[in-house]
Design a protein around this ligand. Structure first.
Ligand code: HEC
Length: 250
């Protein structure tokens, strides 16, 4: 009998299952991470197409400072303070004007959190940090796209080498479907990353980001469930003699 997932030794099944479980939990964490990094981009909780447009294409009609002051930072300043800051941003974020009338607003409303002591938050006691976010928002930078692209290509290709490798040992999946499931993650991975770059150029491609991410997830779930099924459920359905045979191997 050729080696397949259902007749593998118990120890190898444990190894494969442990890996698949860890990857599944990691996938779940990655989704939560997406919710936090991109989910709030438009100021509203939950992931939407607008979030993806904001994250990659940006909000080119306004600055990040303005969109945050109308979004997730709205509650941190009074109506008049917000109005003054936004007006100043629209007038070109001039430093002289900042020193006279805007700095005290930042000190009172924003520095409690944006003072450099909270990791990840920009430090607004530095004028440059404010100035940078007063320019119109161009979305993801070239440098950040390069960084995230190569991390994703290496990391996800690595994951699907093993997920696909384990899945390739299934015996009950028709060959065509099997080949499709194995190659899909790589196709969707390339499509996903290409669509980030395209979305930076044109906001309409945000839909492609969602479609590619969804395709990747579907291929993953399919291979995961099929592999687990053949390792743990299918052997119980085999005739007793085959089962004894499989046990001897472990
Ligand atoms: C209670 C703490 C708190 C206060 C006060 C606060 N912020 Fe924030 N700010 C945050 C957190 C947390 C984030 C990251 C989450 C987010 O982007 O919504 C953030 C993010 C931002 C960002 C995005 C920075 C980036 O580079 O991603 C801007 C711009 C911003 N705040 C502006 C302001 C301004 C202007 C004020 C004052 C009117 C202010 N914040 C007051 C907590 C605060």
């Amino acid at each position: 009998m050729p080696i397949n997932l259902s007749n593998l030794g118990f120890s190898v099944k444990l190894l494969f299952s442990g890996y698949l479980m860890a990857i599944a939990i990691g996938y779940g964490m990655a989704l939560v991470q997406i919710l936090f990094t991109h989910g709030m981009a438009d100021g509203k909780f939950g992931l939407s197409i607008e979030d993806i447009v904001y994250s990659y294409y940006g909000n080119r009609s306004g600055s990040m400072l303005e969109s945050k002051l109308n979004g997730s930072m709205k509650a941190n300043a009074s109506e008049t303070d917000r109005f003054k800051i936004i007006q100043w941003v629209r007038d070109g974020a001039d430093q002289a004007e900042y020193d006279i009338s805007i700095k005290p607003l930042f000190e009172a409303d924003c520095l409690p959190c944006h003072n450099g002591s909270m990791g990840g938050l920009p430090d607004f006691s530095k004028f440059e940090a404010i100035k940078e976010r007063a320019q119109s928002d161009q979305g993801a930078t070239f440098a950040s796209l390069i960084r995230v692209s190569h991390i994703h290509l290496f990391g996800i290709a690595f994951i699907f080498m093993f997920v696909g490798g384990i899945f390739s040992l299934t015996s009950g999946v028709p060959m065509k479907l099997k080949c499709a499931a194995i190659i899909m993650p790589y196709v969707f991975l390339l499509l996903d990353i290409t669509s980030w770059w395209l979305t930076k150029l044109n906001a309409h491609f945000a839909l492609l980001v969602v479609a590619a991410g969804g395709g990747l997830a579907m291929a993953f779930v399919f291979m995961w469930v099929a592999s687990m099924y053949e390792m743990w459920v299918l052997p119980r359905r085999l005739p007793f003699s085959d089962r004894r045979d499989a046990l001897r191997r472990s």
